[in-house]
Design a protein around this ligand. Structure first.
Ligand code: HEM
Length: 402
């Protein structure tokens, strides 16, 4: 049998998709020494772990994965405690809050960035737009001072470096923990001040939220805001870069989207299936479980390969083809995206920000296509995806008539 490349090897990072196929075909459950985890790659296995209702899997792995940089967030919680904590934050990311309060923030922040390059005829859609837009949106939604956005970006960069620190570089780890301290020193006084001066921003909503008599402490709110940097920033950043990379490489589909903007949700869903921002999510087994015929002992870490499951040929026809018109794509409304791919996970921890992400991507694609009539990749440029846990194009130089 062909050897499956190690998930931490340069060969895998360069192009994980052939390795994903090998895993699904012949090694659907692999013990991986370096990450001390069992790796699963088939759609049905990953779906089962995410949808687990019987408590066979927990998110205790986040205690070591994210707690040092974010503190305690809803990702680490389970059961009733998670349900209440989630109900405290979820309404801010959907319905009238999203439509009336935050859509204007999204539109304004996108426009401001596009205005910095729309008259030049060229841009790097990653550096000039994607890496900035979602973080600016979060800072602005929280009602933070515009002058502080640069600091927010610095913390964002340190946080995602910490989360992606697979080799355990001590300097990156130390910078991540410093960020936790600096972020707390910055956020906690703002939270205390905001409690006495509530407005229409997200921070005020979090301060005022109450479910079953439970409210968020200053520390809870600070940890949630810190989580938003990574959960809402890096992911959406990569989704925007990837939707443009995919469309620019499939110019017929780009032309179709340009002509009919109601196709954007399909293009977004297909991008999240074909090139998900988050490729790997971990869980902890609480009991002995069987996956693809193999045994996982209790207390083991399970690495769920979203990037592999999303291309499972048992689930999708012609999975390695990017096709916004594929008929196994159902997305037209809100959360139906959950039926199309595993990029937002499923079950209890299903992405709280899915609708916000969609609103950001839809706004971004619409505004960029309007500003750049004959958008094309810079001559000879071939987008290169980078990353292992999270993935996306590292740069996307484009040309257009100003
Ligand atoms: C959870 C992906 C955008 C906030 C998740 C999870 C995934 C994910 C895979 C599940 C993690 C797990 O089960 O362990 C994505 C992708 C996005 C995106 C691909 C963009 C395309 C956002 C945005 C926000 C956000 C914009 C908010 C500003 C969250 C939060 C959770 C979460 C708070 C934790 C939910 C819980 O534990 O109940 N996201 N996300 N995400 N996401 Fe997103």
């Amino acid at each position: 049998a062909q050897q499956v490349p190690d998930i931490l090897s340069p060969e895998f990072a360069a192009d994980p998709y052939p390795a994903y196929r090998l895993m699904r075909d012949s090694r659907p459950l692999i013990w991986h020494e370096a990450t001390q985890s069992y790796i699963i790659s088939r759609y049905e296995d990953v779906e089962r772990v995410f949808k687990d209702k019987s408590g066979q899997f927990s998110t205790d792995n986040y205690d070591w994965q994210i707690e040092p940089v974010h503190g305690r967030t809803i990702l680490q919680l389970s059961g009733r405690e998670h349900a209440v904590r989630r109900a405290l934050v979820a309404p801010a990311f959907r319905g009238s809050d999203l439509q009336e309060k935050f859509l204007p923030v999204i539109e304004r922040n996108s426009r401001e960035l596009i205005d910095t390059f729309r008259h030049t005829g060229s841009a790097d859609l990653v550096a000039d737009y994607a890496t900035r837009f979602p973080v600016n949106v979060i800072a602005d939604m929280l009602g933070l001072d515009k002058a502080d956005h640069a600091r927010f970006h610095r913390w964002y960069t340190a946080v995602i470096a910490f989360l992606g620190n697979l080799s355990g570089d001590p300097e990156v780890a130390a910078a991540g923990e410093r960020t936790r301290v600096e972020f707390a020193e910055y956020m906690l006084p703002i939270i205390r001040e905001r409690r006495g001066n509530l407005g229409g921003d997200l921070l005020s909503t979090l301060c005022a939220a109450e479910v079953d008599g439970v409210r968020m402490s200053d520390e809870d709110i600070k940890a949630f805001c810190s989580l938003l940097l990574a959960a809402g920033g890096e992911t959406t950043d990569k989704a925007i870069a990837s939707i443009f990379a995919n469309l620019l490489l499939h110019t017929d589909q780009l032309a179709a989207v340009r002509a009919d903007r109601s196709l954007i949700p399909r293009a977004f869903a297909e991008t999240l299936r074909y090139t998900p921002p988050v490729h790997m999510i971990m869980r902890q087994s609480t009991t002995e479980v069987t996956l693809s015929g193999g045994t996982v002992p209790p207390g083991a870490t399970v690495t769920c390969l979203i990037g592999a499951a999303n291309r499972d040929e048992k689930r999708y026809r012609d999975p390695d083809r990017f096709d916004i018109f594929r008929d196994d794509l159902t997305t037209t409304t809100a959360f139906s995206a959950a039926a199309d791919h595993l990029a937002f996970a499923l079950g209890r921890h299903f992405c709280v920000g899915a609708l916000l992400a969609r609103a950001e991507v839809e706004t971004g694609v619409n505004q960029l296509l309007d500003a750049m009539p004959d958008l094309r990749l810079a001559d000879g440029f071939d987008p290169v995806e980078q990353g292992v846990f999270t993935r996306g194009p590292q740069s996307l130089p484009v040309r257009f008539t100003p």
